[in-house]
Ligand binder design. Sequence first.
Ligand SMILES: NC(=O)c1ccc[n+]([C@@H]2O[C@H](COP(=O)([O-])OP(=O)(O)OC[C@H]3O[C@@H](n4cnc5c(N)ncnc54)[C@H](OP(=O)(O)O)[C@@H]3O)[C@@H](O)[C@H]2O)c1
Length: 504
Amino acid sequence: MQKIEPKVTQMDIVCAEIPASPVALVVFGASGDLTKRKLIPALFELYQRELLSENFYVIGCGRRQLSDKQFRKVVTEAIGTEADEFSKKFHFETGGYDEPDFYKRLTNRLEQLNKQYSIDNNVIFYLSVPPALYPVIAEQLGSAGLTCPKDNTQKENVRLIIEKPFGRDLQSAAELNSIITKCFDESQIYRIDHYLGKETVQNIMILRFANAIYEPIWNRDYIDHVQITIAESVGIEHRGGYYDKSGALRDMFQNHMLQMLALVAMEPPSSFEANCIRDEKVKLLKSLRPFEPSDFIRAQYTNGVIDGENVSSYLEEEGVAPDSQTETYIATKILVDNWRWQDVPFYVRTGKRLGAKNTNIAITFKKVPHSMFASFGLDELPSNILVLQIQPQEGISFQFQAKRPGSKMCMGTLDMHFHYSELFDVKMPEAYSRLLLDAMTGDQTLFNRYDSLETAWKLLDPVLADWQNNNSTLYKYPAGAESFAEADKLIESDGRNWRAIANH
Ligand SMILES: NC(=O)c1ccc[n+]([C@@H]2O[C@H](COP(=O)([O-])OP(=O)(O)OC[C@H]3O[C@@H](n4cnc5c(N)ncnc54)[C@H](OP(=O)(O)O)[C@@H]3O)[C@@H](O)[C@H]2O)c1
């Protein structure tokens, strides 16, 4: 297939970015991996883009005895450069999350620093700790009177960001939500799904709803099927303890994949307002045909070779039980029971230790109804495919048939594509900087409302129960594989094929 380089004239550019208001950010779990790898660099990116208020500061919390100075050293390591003006905004408070005294000290520290930074009431609590601690911290914040502003002004000025996972099934998610909503209103809660912060994922809405050409053909009359793929070449990266209790269904499918599906398939929201968009996403999730355990192919990687390197099996990974039945791969076919999508399959797959890293959504259009080129042996022409490329390079491509120069009849597929990084001479913003800035400006659009998580867990509960009882087969695939026989059968039995994962 021939690639066409982008030549795009940028006209009528509308850029809207609201800088953050003065705010205090309290990070629980500030000595952890996420804070160092994602949150601090994302804050630094906002700082460099002048999107943080001058009146901004961070209090990191943890059990470890860290002074402000030691915490600032962590900050410098995380951003990989000396930036005193930035790092001096970081402070540290040591304590146990279940100790009321810790929250008294935190309250005093907030009061003192709010005065110093001239901040009224705006505070964000970020739970970057293991999920078992979410309810503990929320309840303690409630008991300490920290969940609404001191002067009882707008409650929404106090916000809670919660990392994923939000529950591990319907019951645990409901229990967690009921504890958290005793202390915080839904309008104060920001449940993270970092995929929603990625540029191409946000672009799904702009592509669909800011262009007139797509909506008329975005339905069962024109679309043959959709494939959503999250392929990773990495394994579980020292997170065996977490991953072995989670697996691909909880870690990837319940959140990222269903959210992407909702954005691709939902009806047009009436405005770019958080609850309008979230209403449409929930409506879509509620129209998914109930999942049957037999709809899912689940598998685990064995040892193999990736990029010429020998890679050990999942069962040999640190933190994984030697007889673990946890899946590192799933594939399924989803049907949407509504007028727009009846009978259009959405094939969804995700796996670790596959042959390449590639996340994309591929929309395959129906073939032309009649080939007028049959006399040249072209009885059937390839489909047009629109690919929303999410990782590793964010961009969009469109495959179509075109004449090649020379012979009277010479036809082939052309791939018209653009990659954000090639087209725009800027570093791609990190998903976490988008999400942190949105939380600071009080925009909940890219965060999950509880009803969408609840709908997702309701769909998955029967599958999880079946797996818990070891009723379904756990297949094996070698690390470095593109796919394997059972996963192929899922789509081939419908007369279709998976797209190559290394194809981007
Ligand atoms: N890391 C990632 O890439 C990633 C990606 C997506 C989502 N998440 C989610 O983000 C959250 C944080 O992830 P993380 O990888 O940073 O976690 P982590 O490194 O395992 O833990 C964060 C911090 O929590 C504290 N902690 C751990 N166990 C504790 C306990 N039993 N009691 C009190 N404090 C405890 C530790 O700090 P102290 O010992 O100093 O108290 C630790 O540094 C998790 O919910 C995770 O699921 C992480």
